[in-house]
Design a protein around this ligand. Sequence first.
Ligand code: GLS
Length: 806
Amino acid sequence: MALDKEVFKEELKQRLRENYAMELEDASKQEIFYALGALVKARYSDAWRDTWKYYVDKHKKQVYYFSIEFLPGRMLKSNLLNLGLLDTAREALTDLGIELDSLAEVEKDMALGNGGLGRLASCFMDSIASCGLPGNGNGIRYDYGLFKQRFVDGYQVELPDEWLQSGNIWEIRRESKAVDVRVGGRVYLAETIEGKLKPVYENERILRAVPYDTGMVGYENNVVNTLRLWSVEIPDSEEDKYQSIQGRRELEDLTAVLYPDDSNEHGRLIRLTQEYFFVSAGIQSIIRHYKKRVQKPISNLSEYISIHINDTHPALCVPEMMRILVDEEDLSWEQAWDITGKVMSYTNHTIMAEALEKWSIDLMRRTLPRMYQIIEEIDARYVQTMRELHPHDLVERTRIIRNGQVHMAHLSIIGSHSTNGVAKLHSDLLKSVVLHDFYIIYPDRFNNKTNGIAQRRWSQIVNEPMSNVLDETIGKTWRKDSGDLKLLMNYQSDQAVLEKLAEAKKINKQVLADYILETTEIEVSADAIFDVQIKRLHAYKRQLLNLLHIIKLYQDIKENPDLDMQKRVFIFGAKAAPSYHYAKVIIKCINEAANLINNDSDIKDRIKIVFLPNYNVSLAEKIIPAADVSEQISLASKEASGTSNMKLMLNGAITLATLDGANVEIRDAVGDDNIYIFGLTEKEVYEYYENQEYSAHQLYDENPIIRRVLNAFIDGTIPNIVYEGREIFDSLIKYNDEYFLLRDFDSYVKAQEEIDKAYGDQIFWQKMSLINIANGGRFSSDETVRRYAEDIWKIEPKDSFVTEKG
Ligand code: GLS
């Protein structure tokens, strides 16, 4: 796929002429970006077609990753990198007087996800293609991505994210592949002439699902898989029913917005319809493909198809597959059930109780009547089978329909052959606590697959200065095989290498400092410690604990103006779900504390707080390479895995963490000396739950530092938070501090003091940083998807093949 720089320039100019009828000199950045995008897309279109043809011709088993969220961010540089064109493009553009990085900024983030769950799905798409695995994504093409966040008077304000406004260069609308999805109405079973029971639909609504396909380009391997996102339209046959604009709008609204909640249930009809819409469209198109192209008996489906249920949102895959196999393909229930279980697998992404999705029977029955009938049947048969094997109460607790609700996690576990958690600790907690009942029933179904990250994006693309040092030091093999980062361990005492890495970090910090100044008008020094907490705003993630420590530092300096400490910039990036009041209160408090502290001359710039608005993938790409400290401070047991922890360590930040989620594995990777661990363990947290001995009030009474810090929220120390400050105070004292912030406060402060000391010894710090980079390789999503492929999906990578072009 190599492309000469001169040819590249000519092609780009040619595209501009063809698409915009203009010369490069007259083109805007936007026009050049779109011409470049078209050029890049043309470079992989043959490989895309050939990959698909190869899978079909070779009868390759394929996995379909069903996810209600995908969060790819910008794709230009990643496509260029994977096509081996990044350097050529950069040089060619430079010759033309254009800077690639500034051109890349034209692309709107594809933000069809909330946070870690959606980003993981996109890291997997990259890795599945890069490992040459036959795998495709299936999701929803929301017209509006996750809201844009602004701060007004310190409050979060949400604006619509019109990411499609100027079009999306990467997608292809495939109208010929549209399918119909039926919702609502009434369904009853009637006997056919052959004496079979078949569903009859009455007054249902038909939605037309139109797919938009995006190529998922593998890293230098000629593999291009497909991410298929569905959009709703009115089918021609139904046009008459939608004569009013309002009626059309209502229907089209179905795929208009991504629900802006992370790990909370949305008791909304639209959400349930969204879930069914992309599940039904996806499975229908898989079956159509299977019959038309694979051309094997439907009873062999599981030999060719694997479907992954990413969290419970696509759990309707189970009854929808049953519907198609029984109602449309005329299989017996038993046969269909056997196939469905073999095809489906499920990942659980959280232990937060409120996130375990449930729908009321009434809503399910009204919205998706045939689905409900099938779920009822699955449930009845489950109870019947299990009653003979297990105690009554265990069966009752694990059945799908309970207490007037349909339990989607139960449906996912019962209807699939594999349930996995996303980090060792999380998977253990699923077995021992959260899904313990199911573990008794199906011990063999449970397994762990620790999350991973698309390493090439999170090192090569976002951190060129570091990547260059790595190339000079250990050669370039790490770019393809991140396990080779380990070679860096040989240089942990090499002062020259340590210094070069430190210089690279400094460059990144200066770039971020400039960005901070430009967007927030806050001036920060690149010599300060950049202490970073970037993730959704959630009480369990404990951004508030971070703030409590900052206030303590502030008060310490006020009390002792000459306090000797390293300069620190505390950097936050976080969106709160619009309906999550408490999270928004925390945002306001952080912003007001920032106002106070950043403008207090006594502080002499020793502390700065920067809350960067609109945290998204592109912003993460700016922050992560510049981070010194990675705050992973959730209450132990609450964060299923985390993935920013992995990205930050790979970029040489030192992790400050509780033993939660994947932090435990990061500690194992770098060793106790290269990470700062504090706080309760997950066992201690559960002990508190059992003995109910925790008293935040007592800590407040007994610990003068905690008292002073908390009082700052209600005594006017932090201005403009009369109501918010009281709410925070009450949540900790009156409502007994649900996430044990005060219990972990002392050990957190101590860990922060150690960090302050360690940073003073730059050689010591740089060595820790190097060890983190060197051990980051193990969290590559290439490795993660290979394990899914081998253990769960049973799919194999393609043998190497070349396309016509290459
Ligand atoms: C999440 C978890 O909260 C994260 O810990 C995890 O890293 C991520 C991917 O597995 O999934 N679950 C969720 O609902 N949102 C997440 O980010």
